[in-house]
Ligand binder design. Structure first.
Ligand code: FES
Length: 161
């Protein structure tokens, strides 16, 4: 897989917007994660310096929160629930369909960095089982048609950056 190119200007602009705001570490990291698709490890020092923190503090927060990644992920991170409530409602077939539709296994990202497929122990929305998330959006009471139409929605967003 070719290494992901980073828009350094964009990264710098995000960091500059939060400069001096020590309290804004998490929102800043969230913005980098969502815009770039991951937190480039080489940006940790710059983030720390901009927020008057130690690099180890920034690194600690990134490691603590599962939503942050130091490796490139797709623009859309699909998280399929593999918890018990979802499992009994057919979660496994949702995951199978998702693997087929995306051509990805769990933990994989496509070469264009469009989609990453992950599974999670519980998305905390068991009453909507079977569930999945795409980035921060929840989708519940899934069935094969619904999965296909949700994916189509994200595939259509192609031109968007
Ligand atoms: S088990 Fe799937 S949301 Fe809780």
């Amino acid at each position: 897989m070719k290494p992901k190119e980073i828009d350094r200007e964009q990264l710098k602009a995000i960091i500059d917007r939060h400069r001096g705001k020590t309290w804004a570490l998490i929102p800043l990291l969230q913005e980098i994660q969502e815009t770039i698709g991951y937190i480039p490890p080489e940006s940790i020092e710059t983030v720390a310096e901009a927020l008057n923190l130690f690099p180890s503090q920034v690194q600690g927060v990134i490691t603590f929160y599962a939503g942050f990644s130091l490796e490139p992920k797709g623009k859309y991170v699909v998280r399929v629930c593999r918890g018990t409530a979802c499992h009994v409602k057919g979660g496994r077939s949702i995951l199978r369909l998702m693997r087929k539709e995306l051509g990805l296994d769990e933990g994989e990202t496509d070469p264009e960095y469009r989609f990453t497929l992950e599974t999670v122990a519980c998305l905390g929305a068991c009453f909507l089982a079977p569930t999945m998330m795409v980035n921060r959006n929840y989708y519940g009471k899934l069935n094969p048609n619904k999965v296909t139409s949700v994916l189509a929605q994200y595939r259509k967003k192609k031109g968007e950056s």
